[in-house]
Design a protein around this ligand. Structure first.
Ligand code: GLN
Length: 206
C-alpha cells in the first residue's frame, strides 16, 4: 500500500471533467497518492473505483451530462455502490429536488437543495464544521455561491451543518454531497472519508 494514501489504499478515482474545478480535485487526490482519471466519456466510468462530480455551474454541467450521454451511465454508477461525491454544483446535481435547475441533474439523493442560497453579499464565506465521521477537529470549509440543503429524507442523513442549523453536507449510503469545496483547502480528510465509503465492515476508515 502506498503510505501517502493514509490507509485508504491506492484507488483510481474519476473526476467528471465536463466543466468546473475538476483539476483541483485531481491535484488533491494525486497528492494523496491516488490515480486520477478525468472523465469525459461515459465509457471511462468502467475503469474507476469512485467518482467525484465537481463544483462549477450546475446548469452547464447538467446540460453537458445530457449532451454527452452521461445521464443513464452516471445514475447506474451511483446505483453500483461505488462512492460518488458531489461538491457544490455536484451536490446540486445529485439532489432529487432542486430549485431553479432548468433540466434534470443526476437526481439520486433524497435531498432538497436551494441554489445560490446565501445571497450576493456573502457569495463566498468560510466556516468551521463538525462533520460526522471526521476525526481531528472541525473542518475549515470554503463556500462559493454555495447551495443550501433544505431537506434531507431517509435514507439520506445530514452529516454537517452551520451554527444556525443550515445543512451543508449529507450522506446516503455510497453517495456524499457537500455544499462547500474541500478540494480548495489543504485538508484531505473529507477526500479520505469519501474513499473509505464502501469499505468492508471491520476495516478502519482512519
Ligand atoms: N452556484 C453554482 C450553481 O448553482 C454552484 C457554485 C459552485 O459550484 N461553487 O451551479
Amino acid at each position: 500500500m502506498n503510505p501517502s494514501t493514509n490507509g485508504t489504499g491506492r484507488k483510481t478515482v474519476g473526476v467528471l471533467a465536463l466543466q468546473g474545478d475538476f483539476r483541483e480535485h485531481r491535484e488533491m487526490l494525486e497528492s494523496m497518492g491516488h490515480a486520477v482519471r478525468e472523465i469525459r466519456k461515459p465509457g471511462q466510468l468502467a475503469d474507476i473505483d469512485a467518482l467525484i462530480v465537481p463544483g462549477g455551474e450546475s446548469t452547464t454541467i447538467a446540460r453537458l451530462i445530457i449532451s454527452n450521454g452521461f445521464h443513464g451511465p452516471i445514475r447506474e454508477f451511483c446505483a453500483s455502490g461505488k462512492p460518488v461525491w458531489g461538491t457544490c454544483a455536484g451536490a446540486i446535481l445529485l439532489a432529487k429536488q432542486v430549485d431553479h435547475l432548468d433540466r434534470p441533474g443526476i437526481e439520486m439523493m433524497d435531498i432538497s437543495v436551494h441554489r445560490n442560497a446565501f445571497g450576493r453579499q456573502v457569495d463566498s464565506f468560510e466556516a468551521n464544521l463538525d462533520v460526522e465521521g471526521l476525526d481531528g477537529g472541525p473542518f475549515h470549509a470554503l463556500f462559493i455561491r454555495a447551495p443550501r440543503i433544505d431537506a434531507v429524507s431517509f435514507p439520506a442523513h445530514a452529516i454537517a451543518a452551520l451554527e444556525d442549523g443550515t445543512i451543508v453536507a449529507a450522506r446516503q449510503g455510497n453517495l456524499l454531497a457537500t455544499s462547500f469545496h474541500p478540494e480548495l483547502t489543504g485538508d484531505t480528510r473529507l477526500h479520505e472519508l469519501f474513499l473509505s465509503i464502501g469499505r468492508p465492515p471491520g476495516v478502519s476508515a482512519k
